[in-house]
Design a binder for this molecule. Structure first.
Ligand SMILES: Cc1ncc(COP(=O)(O)O)c(C=O)c1O
Length: 382
């Protein structure tokens, strides 16, 4: 593929601009940690937990090593394990289903709504059996899952809710924040996330004090006091150095989220008259646009064409979870996850980051528009 190098690159995400902006502040905070050698569960971790719980409008935040372990610890705290089933969306990142498997439970995969890309709540009840213990809705791409419907289903069937909010920082439904809808909310601070560390990081949120206490023990070898292990625990702590990065970035998360929403509005304006399908954003939701995902049956050719113009797209995710080795036998509703399967070949994540300019969005949109106008339909879109 020959790339037109006269055009400056537009990456899928930009991890450098924010870090450059905050470098001095972050280095100063890390310098303090080095001076006092508070590398594990230092003061900054507690400070970050306070800030993040208030951001999510919940009583408790417990910082974790990463988002996958946040999900795993949430399942452990709710004592979900062998013999239990947990329902989740068939199009999530593999970590959601992996965490269920780590706990020894069975992942049950449900198909998605083709317009908002989240779990299709009309299908959830078909997937419930006497073994079902919990639902893990995923706020995929930054759009909150339909939590009001999910809460009603969970109440009717006495199920727990664990939110996978790895992509949902600051998302809302009618003013309620992601991470506050379920029994436990799970976040990732992987570098590319809307709030990203300089390595791995994660957190759980809850309004339940007993669960909060359990989660604190679980992440730190079951210790209330050093070397007194009251229960089985894990090593799932957020490093103090990562808490410094997150504290520094927390000051800008709202500004960055609003910028992402602005970029999404620009894309919507620019792409309104093309054949690519734009993501549906529910009116009662604050979509935080971790990713801006469009659909076209000519996805691979479009990514290749944009690449030639130095514009870089992604696919989140190219394979539904029922095709991943550990989950090929997982129950699926409906059988084979037809919507997830079709969308896996159509979805394309366009460049999205808070620092994107109107001109950059216009350049991406123009490339998409020209490409789309030269295609003839390949297959029916669902
Ligand atoms: C939806 C979803 N769930 C879980 C995870 C796992 O988070 P982490 O990479 O921090 O372990 C991620 C992120 O990669 C994710 O996007």
């Amino acid at each position: 593929m020959s790339i037109d190098s006269t055009l400056s690159p537009i990456p899928l995400v930009d991890l450098q601009t924010q870090s450059r902006l905050l470098k001095d502040d972050i280095l100063r905070r890390i310098g303090d940690v080095i001076d006092d050698a508070r590398y594990i569960l230092g003061r900054e971790v507690e400070e970050f937990e306070k800030e993040f719980s208030s951001y999510c409008n919940v009583d408790h935040c417990i910082a974790m090593a990463n988002g996958t372990e946040a999900l795993h610890m949430a399942l452990r705290a709710l004592e979900i394990g062998p013999g239990d089933e947990v329902i989740t969306a068939g199009n999530s990142f593999a970590a959601t289903a992996f965490a269920i498997a780590y706990a020894g439970a069975q992942a049950v995969l449900v198909d998605i709504d083709p317009l908002d890309f989240n779990i299709d709540t009309r299908l959830i009840e078909q997937a419930i059996t006497p073994q079902t213990k919990a639902i893990i809705p995923v706020h995929l791409y930054g759009q909150p899952a339909r939590m009001n419907e999910i809460r009603e289903i969970a109440k009717r069937h006495n199920l727990r809710i664990i939110e996978d909010s790895a992509q949902g920082h600051g998302g809302e439904i009618n003013g309620e924040r992601c991470g506050s809808f379920g029994d436990i909310g799970c976040f990732s601070f992987y570098p590319g996330k809307n709030l990203g560390a300089f390595g791995d990081g994660g957190a759980v949120t809850t309004n339940n004090p007993e669960l909060a206490e359990k989660l604190r023990l679980l992440r730190n070898y079951g210790q209330k006091q050093k070397n007194k292990h009251d229960s089985l625990g894990y090593n799932c702590r957020l490093d103090t150095v990562q808490a410094c990065v997150l504290l520094s970035k927390m000051r800008f998360i709202e500004e960055w989220t609003e910028s992402r929403r602005q970029v999404a509005d620009w894309y919507r304006d620019e792409l309104a008259d093309t054949d690519v399908i734009l993501p549906k954003a529910h009116e009662d939701c604050r979509h935080v646009y971790h990713l801006f995902v469009v659909r076209t049956p000519h996805r691979d050719a479009m990514i290749a064409e944009l690449g030639k113009q130095n514009i870089y797209c992604g696919i989140h995710y190219p394979h539904p979870l029922n095709t991943a080795g550990p989950f090929v036998q997982a129950p699926t509703f409906p059988h084979g996850l037809p919507v997830c399967s079709q969308l896996a070949s159509e979805i394309c994540s366009l460049p999205m980051y808070p620092e994107m300019t109107r001109q950059q969005v216009a350049r991406v949109a123009e490339a998409v528009r020209v490409f789309a106008s030269n295609q003839t339909p390949k297959h029916e879109l669902v």
